[in-house]
Write a protein that binds this ligand. Structure first.
Ligand SMILES: NC(=O)c1ccc[n+]([C@@H]2O[C@H](COP(=O)([O-])OP(=O)(O)OC[C@H]3O[C@@H](n4cnc5c(N)ncnc54)[C@H](OP(=O)(O)O)[C@@H]3O)[C@@H](O)[C@H]2O)c1
Length: 254
């Protein structure tokens, strides 16, 4: 059985991946979709010809990875694509963030992504793809979004090294680093701290971000950055001293 696995499939970027993978990968037998909101995943199934395996997991609970591992051992599928899209961020100064949110961001964005990748690799083979959702927030430390940006730097760093390790097996890892994308993400991110106005000017369409990510993954690219402004930000974050960028980010953009 050939499958794709998509986490965070109930909304935003993950949901869009499910739609687009159905068209991009004609030989899939199932897409395994992971999120907490079961009703959203059931609705998604109604819109798709391909069978979805609905896995209602809370990925911050360690038992969820064990459940996935056991299901993989039972079904022994060939995983053609893994998309790790579940994630959240909570804006605000670190000491004002709740402990629950801080732990949740690290647990979901870093620990669960790493563990899912680990349990899936044994079911991948030459030509399989791993698509990891990082963020442009990974490019440099961001005051007022410190834990989120650090968690995405983890994803970026881990995934680039993993790409090298897996290249001999013909398994390709692409890390997706979007700037702001129009999804439910901001309902959570900005719930206790308003988002900087400039972000609205760069808000991207999830359809375009995902379409570029799938194209870049096919081309075996190391990373996928949608839009000229975010590409320029990436170059700037590599060229300019982070001490200076962090100062300006805190003063004018947080
Ligand atoms: N939107 C942006 O501006 C933006 C920019 C750069 C990077 N990203 C990254 O892109 C990814 C997708 O974000 P998005 O914009 O699509 O946000 P979104 O619309 O809020 O979707 C987040 C997804 O994560 C799932 N999720 C959240 N907590 C979970 C948990 N404990 N267990 C399992 N699933 C959980 C949600 O499903 P349930 O609530 O149903 O569990 C939902 O499907 C994230 O990693 C985000 O950091 C987003």
């Amino acid at each position: 059985m050939q499958i794709a696995i998509v986490t965070g499939a109930s909304s935003g970027i993950g949901k869009e991946f499910v739609f687009q993978l159905t068209k991009a990968y004609r030989n899939l037998d199932e897409i395994w979709v992971i999120a907490r909101r079961e009703e959203r995943l059931v609705e998604l199934q109604k819109k798709l010809p391909l069978k979805l395996r609905i896995l209602t997991y809370d990925l911050t609970e360690e038992g969820s990875i064990t459940a996935l591992k056991e299901l993989l051992a039972e079904e022994k599928p060939q995983i053609k694509v893994l998309v790790n899209s579940s994630g959240f961020g909570k804006r605000g100064y670190f000491e004002e963030n709740s402990y629950e949110d801080i732990k949740g961001m690290i647990d979901l964005n870093c620990r669960s992504l790493t563990e899912i990748t680990y349990v899936c690799i044994p079911y991948m083979s030459k030509g399989s793809r791993i698509i990891q959702l990082a963020s442009s927030a990974a490019f440099m430390p961001q005051p007022n979004f410190a834990v989120y940006s650090a968690s995405k730097s983890f994803v970026f760093s881990f995934s680039r090294a993993l790409r090298r390790e897996l290249s001999g097996k013909g398994i390709y890892v692409t890390t997706v680093c979007p700037g702001p994308v129009r999804t439910e993400f901001f309902g959570i991110a900005d719930s206790e701290c308003p988002r900087p106005m400039f972000k609205d000017a760069f808000m991207a369409d999830p359809v375009k971000v995902v379409s570029k990510a799938i194209r870049d993954s096919h081309k075996k690219k190391e990373y996928s950055i949608y839009g000229g402004v975010m590409k320029a930000f990436y170059v700037l974050s590599k060229a300019a001293p982070h001490r200076v960028l962090i100062f300006f980010a805190d003063k004018f953009f947080s």
